[in-house]
Design a protein. Structure first.
Length: 256
């Protein structure tokens, strides 16, 4: 079974919203959970009252948010004793949603988000290299070796998992929380380049460099390798934004 993101990522998906009045935020948070692979096809979501409690919103806001997801084809609602709202979308069905988000964000916004993501992940990698106990590096190496990067969907799930594994090694609760929050918010966009097999190979090499630096307790090298990884991913994201702005689509070759 391929590695999956841990329980911390699920906590981030269902954490309270900063703006408690918007159904769109409910829909966006759940969409990010689906695209990141935290919420799986066929999975039943928490009940509407439970979602309202977790998000800190009114029940009607949750219902409106789920309605947005139903219209997008990401969930379906079934009635009866075994009913509820279930995730139904496969990876390919996320493309219109991602395209819409890219159109809504300016290049400078995407660039700023990538810089911030890189700063947090770089700090986590640096602290991980400083604080990792004997055996932690070997466990991270084994985790990465078992991760499946063969398809875009599995690569997105496992790259998200790798980010979190490194954050946990920092032994900083604040960094872990912020890493989780950023992945829920920005991960689906940042990992767009993983559609391309060559990019997946490139990303795994960066992951290995980070792992080697953490294992060797070399903080500066771990931060630098983390920065290289995020910069590479952000370049592919900005290229996707440029393709969409000139009327293309996400499925065009990365070199386009």
């Amino acid at each position: 079974m391929e590695p999956r993101v841990g329980p911390g990522a699920r906590e981030a998906v269902f954490a309270q919203l900063a703006d408690a009045g918007r159904a769109e935020q409910v829909a966006q948070r759940l969409t990010d959970g689906i695209v990141l692979g935290v919420l799986h096809p066929g999975e039943r979501l928490p009940s509407e009252p439970e979602l309202a409690r977790r998000f800190g919103v009114a029940l009607i806001t949750v219902r409106e948010g789920l309605g947005i997801l139903r219209e997008a084809g990401l969930v379906e609602t079934r009635r009866g004793r075994d009913g509820g709202s279930f995730v139904v979308a496969g990876d390919a069905e996320h493309r219109p949603l991602i395209t819409s988000r890219l159109r809504a964000l300016a290049q400078v916004e995407l660039s700023d988000m990538a810089v911030y993501f890189g700063a947090i992940f770089g700090a986590a990698a640096e602290r991980g290299a400083e604080r990792a106990a004997d055996g932690d590096g070997e466990r991270l190496t084994a985790w990465l070796a078992a991760a499946d990067f063969g398809s875009a969907a599995s690569a997105r799930t496992n790259q998200g998992g790798f980010f979190l594994e490194v954050a946990v090694l920092s032994q900083s609760a604040r960094l872990v929380r912020e890493q989780i929050r950023l992945q829920a918010e920005f991960g689906p966009l940042l990992l767009l380049g993983l559609d391309d097999e060559a990019v997946r190979t490139e990303v795994v090499e960066h992951d290995r460099a980070i792992t080697r630096a953490v294992t060797a307790h070399r903080p500066a090298k771990a931060r630098a390798a983390a920065g290289d990884l995020v910069r590479g991913l952000s370049e592919h994201l900005l290229a996707a934004k440029a393709r969409i702005e000139r009327g293309g689509g996400l499925d065009e070759p990365i070199s386009a």
